[in-house]
Design a protein around this ligand. Structure first.
Ligand SMILES: Cc1cc2nc3c(=O)[nH]c(=O)nc-3n(C[C@H](O)[C@H](O)[C@H](O)COP(=O)(O)OP(=O)(O)OC[C@H]3O[C@@H](n4cnc5c(N)ncnc54)[C@H](O)[C@@H]3O)c2cc1C
Length: 228
């Protein structure tokens, strides 16, 4: 299994036993998430913006309006930090101090490059749409050249990255285990509800195969993942 090299920037200092530089684990955390947060500094102010993403090979891609600050800033070779977070549970300990959460998260650092050329842009956008809803790209109208021109796509190599995973129950101080306080954990899972048809749907338009039985990335279990 390939290990990424821990750098001074990605070295996990607190609870390092929960940290990992395993590429397969980092990939699975990225793949099982619907969205990420992109951090960057613009004119001295830090911004952290939530956005959709997709991983293709050893790169994570984000997209958006060519006019957005996030895309304009990051395309200019500005250092970026992409964070992907799954919250898997609330951990209740006997003491307030030892309460925690179960999670899987990945942090990817680097300098993003803009994807140029319509063919490559289309390829990444297809992967992005199909990451969110598998098979949807071929059901929907493809982008017009004008729509493509209005869309920026950035790719960040997954070379300087870390993962952190907290599973399991609470860890209390030994003397607290005798306290009559309920302890354990509450699992948390993001799920999709039943699809709601658009009110302007034409008569006789059947539900698309991609929508019927839709499952979120973390519920698919079709990629090299851990749990959902
Ligand atoms: C949902 C959630 C809630 C959390 N709540 C708290 C909280 O309330 N208080 C708290 O102290 N911590 C919390 N954490 C953990 C937090 O993310 C950091 O790991 C921790 O605060 C700082 O760790 P550090 O000092 O080792 O890292 P830092 O010195 O801050 O970072 C050094 C490097 O370690 C890596 N790293 C740090 N954290 C993570 C991570 N979570 N995932 C992947 N790589 C990481 C990055 O590469 C980073 O550049 C939470 C995590 C999650 C996912």
């Amino acid at each position: 299994m390939e290990e990424l090299r821990a750098t001074e920037r990605t070295r996990i200092r607190r609870m390092p036993k929960r940290g990992s530089y395993d590429r397969a684990l980092i990939n699975s955390i990225i793949d099982q998430a619907l969205f990420c947060h992109v951090g960057f500094v613009h004119e001295g102010t830090p911004f952290v913006i939530p956005t959709l993403h997709v991983r293709v090979g050893d790169r994570i891609y984000v997209h958006g309006s060519a006019a957005s600050r996030m895309l304009r800033t990051a395309a200019g070779g500005v250092p970026m930090c992409v964070t992907v977070t799954h919250i898997d549970g609330i951990v209740l300990a006997r003491s307030a101090f030892h309460h925690s959460v179960n999670y899987r998260s990945a942090v990817i650092l680097g300098v993003a490059e803009e994807v140029v050329g319509d063919a490559e842009k289309n390829r990444v956008l297809e992967a992005l749409v199909n990451h969110v809803v598998p098979g949807r790209w071929s059901e929907a109208r493809p982008p017009h050249p004008k729509e493509l021109a209005a869309t920026s796509v950035l790719g960040l190599p997954i070379t300087e990255a870390s993962a952190k995973v907290r599973p399991g129950g609470p860890v209390d101080d030994e003397e607290d285990y005798a306290l009559p306080v309920w302890a354990g954990n509450i699992p948390i899972r993001l799920t999709a509800g039943a699809p709601i048809p658009d009110e302007r749907l034409g008569p006789g338009v059947a539900i698309s195969p991609s929508v019927a039985g839709y499952r979120l990335p973390g519920e698919r279990g079709d990629r090299n993942g851990t749990s959902g």
